[in-house]
Design a protein around this ligand. Structure first.
Ligand SMILES: NC(=O)c1ccc[n+]([C@@H]2O[C@H](COP(=O)([O-])OP(=O)(O)OC[C@H]3O[C@@H](n4cnc5c(N)ncnc54)[C@H](OP(=O)(O)O)[C@@H]3O)[C@@H](O)[C@H]2O)c1
Length: 342
């Protein structure tokens, strides 16, 4: 049995989803040979605590559920900043789960860099550091002999990165197409039932899929961040966000949706990456009319999907959740298993 000591930065939806998995799936995880100990949690408003023997995930969840500060739990130290937590917790793995900022990547990038410099493996579901700084962070991890787990940054726990990066690494992937934003796919599905855009968006907000300011989703920035991650991690590119041709779904009208339906086609916000014979990588996010026979055409609601076009296997498509606290919490567990199995 391998014990891994974890420090969590951020204890919001994903941190709590991960704690829930550790609480409820302990037998399964032990059977896989892993003993996960959360030795530190640092959260801006929920409090920061450190306990070298580890906290019970159930106690952490109960405290947050009751709206009580984590700092009311028995702990050896309290009130540490994220940086103090990274430097002083002695954890083997930093799990970085703070807010995504696709403009600066901070503060998460600073946390990831510091943890690698301090000799910790890092797992993050935060797109900011990965979309903006992956090549440099991966180089640092490699130089230190450490792993950087990023499964949850694309399609949450649906294993798109491990499928593309490990299992299909020798299959000659030359093109990747995906529905990588659940909010816009939900909106487009609703528009197909006759709802105008504004009504479909309001429904997505009501269901908690879309934020009060939906720009990041509906204008394609979130999907573009994921395209950069796929390009740089799986295709060895060094693209930046500004190099992605990006168009959102806000200009699609009910008439556009109907005319596609009449032709037996469906509009989808497609994130696409293609290697040209000259080795150039063409990357885009744009609304695309797909024929019904296309593997991504039937993916409805908030579900995500990705198709890898390969030289040896043809098309390989993976469909699954792209968000959610348990689904994204699972991404952390799958990265941990990959690190400890290696
Ligand atoms: N939720 C999903 O389905 C999903 C899917 C894929 C990827 N992600 C990504 O995963 C990350 C976490 O998502 P989430 O849904 O858990 O977000 P969340 O519910 O907003 O939680 C983020 C937590 O991080 C804390 N935080 C922010 N900055 C911090 C700092 N400097 N130091 C310590 N704590 C800090 C926040 O504290 P306070 O709120 O207490 O201030 C909050 O509790 C995000 O980057 C998100 O984009 C989420």
């Amino acid at each position: 049995m391998k014990t891994c000591k974890l420090a969590l930065i951020g204890f919001g939806n994903v941190g709590q989803g991960f704690a829930q998995i550790l609480r409820d799936q302990q037998e399964t995880i032990s059977a896989l040979g892993l003993n996960c100990l959360i030795v530190a949690v640092s959260d801006l408003h929920k409090g920061s605590i450190y306990q070298p023997q580890g906290f019970s995930p159930a106690d952490l969840l109960q405290a947050v559920k009751e709206g009580s500060s984590l700092e009311n739990l028995p702990a050896q130290a309290r009130g540490w900043s994220a940086e103090e937590t990274i430097r002083q917790s002695g954890a083997d793995v930093l799990v970085e789960l703070s807010y995504t900022d696709l403009q600066t990547g901070e503060p998460a990038t600073g946390h990831v860099r510091l943890a690698l410099q301090e000799g910790m493996h890092v797992i993050t579901t935060n797109k900011g550091p990965v979309a903006l700084h992956y090549p440099a962070l991966q180089a640092l991890a490699q130089q230190k002999g450490l792993k950087l787990g990023i499964e949850g940054t694309v399609m949450s726990g649906t294993p798109s990165m491990q499928l593309g990066g490990e299992l299909l690494a020798g299959a000659g992937v030359f093109k990747i197409q995906g529905i990588l934003n659940g909010t816009t796919n939900y909106i487009l599905s609703q528009m197909e039932t006759g709802a105008p855009y504004a009504e479909a968006l309001a429904g997505a907000q009501q269901k908690g899929y879309a934020e009060a300011d939906p720009t990041g989703d509906v204008e394609g920035y979130d999907a573009a961040g994921k395209v950069v991650i796929l390009a740089n991690v799986l295709m060895g590119a060094s693209l930046t966000l500004s190099q992605i041709q990006r168009e959102g779904i806000t200009r699609l009208t009910p008439a556009d949706i109907q005319s596609a339906q009449a032709a037996g086609e469906r509009w989808k916000l497609i994130a696409s990456l293609e290697k040209t014979p000259a080795g150039e990588i063409l990357a885009s996010v744009r609304p695309t009319r797909l024929p019904q026979a296309h593997p991504l055409a039937s993916v409805g609601g908030a579900t995500n999907a990705i198709t890898f076009s390969t030289a040896l296997l043809g098309d390989v498509t993976l469909i699954g959740p792209g968000a959610g606290r348990l689904a994204t919490g699972y991404a952390i567990l799958s990265d941990l298993l990959a690190i400890y199995r290696a």
